[in-house]
Design a protein. Structure first.
Length: 367
């Protein structure tokens, strides 16, 4: 069943079902995944929750506060806005239920390595034969010209998945040597071909932490040398997207961060409720109408999303929860370091694709 779910996951945005002018979205892999989680709930009932595991308690604290902030916000929004916000909350809750019950229920899984390999090969084919998304701009997708994004149609999301797979390979999630070597080469190349500065910084920081704590400090210098050599020989297509000195994205992120902090300052304790960001953005920019951009219900940083929607208290509990989830295993530690760092630049941690792959790896490698 999980292999079946992973195959649907691998088709990325091709399995996206959108409703209400793209305000509500569902991915095909989430349907069988939801059935599995419901089955676990009926089978194990509340068995995971009397546990003394600190990470489970921190998850309960976070979602209790998130629910409280959402309930408090209900009178300030209309019916459709509250329904959309509740669906966002339900989806996030569902993914953490997947992690909580999955650690209890799943013992092993075969075939995931081949699915991740397929993701890498498809992404490489996309870079060669389908180098931009200009023909889908009318649907709200950025062009991402001459960059690797695979079937996920977004460089940041794809980069987070490539980085997760690379880190998981480094930590011996995949046992076969040829799978390991192919993953190193393939996803190392794809990471470079994203031309994502946030991804470069996040992965470099994570790998530096790994080499430092494992007393392999010399490998940090070796890693820098390999990166510089590899980047020197990378294809340098014409375009702003592949220009590492580009300033437009920095300027837009600063403006986005300022808007998020201004909104958070108006509701510093409870926030606006998870997730009413689209409604607030529509109020701030009424002349633009319904935003078709796929970032319409978020800000560029996952931490700012949580700050705006659940206040300072919610952000502190969120950070506490991440710290405890990182303690589940060695893999979860470095995966959380990587995604948390990357989430300072883009809303990575709260995306369904990233949550699914992160929690799947944690479940399968929880030691």
């Amino acid at each position: 069943m999980f292999l079946f779910i992973f195959l649907f996951f691998a088709i990325g945005q091709l399995g996206r079902l959108s409703f209400a002018n793209q305000a509500i979205n569902l991915y095909l892999y989430e349907i069988p995944l939801a059935l599995v989680v419901i089955f676990w709930i009926f089978k194990y009932k509340l068995k995971p929750f009397p546990s003394q595991n600190t990470w489970i308690k921190s998850v309960l604290y976070f979602f209790a506060w998130l629910l409280l902030s959402l309930l408090i916000s209900i009178p300030y929004y209309n019916f459709s806005q509250n329904i959309e916000a509740f669906l966002y909350f339900a989806r996030l809750t569902f993914y953490f239920l997947f992690l909580t019950y999955g650690i209890l229920a799943v013992k092993k899984l075969k075939g995931v390595a081949y699915v991740t390999l397929a993701i890498g090969l498809i992404s490489l084919a996309q870079y060669v034969f389908y180098p931009n998304l200009r023909n889908l701009s009318y649907l709200g997708w950025d062009p991402h010209e001459f960059r690797a994004f695979g079937l996920f149609f977004d460089v940041s999301i794809a980069g987070a998945l490539y980085g997760l797979i690379f880190i998981s390979t480094l930590l011996h999630t995949f046992r076969d040597k040829w799978i390991q070597y192919s993953h190193y080469f393939l996803f190392g190349a794809l990471i470079l071909l994203t031309y994502s500065r946030g991804l470069y910084i996040s992965l470099f920081f994570t790998l530096s932490c790994y080499f430092f704590f494992n007393k392999k400090i010399k490998l940090i210098a070796f890693m820098v040398g390999i990166f510089m050599l590899a980047f020197f020989i990378l294809p340098k297509q014409f375009g702003e997207g592949v220009n590492l000195a580009r300033t437009f994205s920095i300027t837009s992120r600063i403006a986005d961060d300022k808007e998020a902090l201004s909104t958070a300052a108006q509701n510093p304790v409870f926030g606006i409720g998870y997730n009413h960001i689209r409604a607030v953005k529509e109020d701030l920019n009424p002349e633009t109408g319904q935003d078709v951009s796929h970032a319409g219900a978020s800000y560029h940083s996952s931490f700012l999303v949580i700050l705006v929607t659940s206040g300072v208290v919610g952000l502190l509990i969120f950070i506490y929860m991440l710290f405890n989830v990182a303690g589940i295993s060695t893999l979860s530690r470095y995966a959380i370091i990587f995604l948390s760092t990357y989430s300072l630049f883009d809303n990575i941690l709260l995306h369904p694709f990233v949550l699914f792959l992160l929690f799947s790896f944690i479940i399968f490698r929880r030691k």
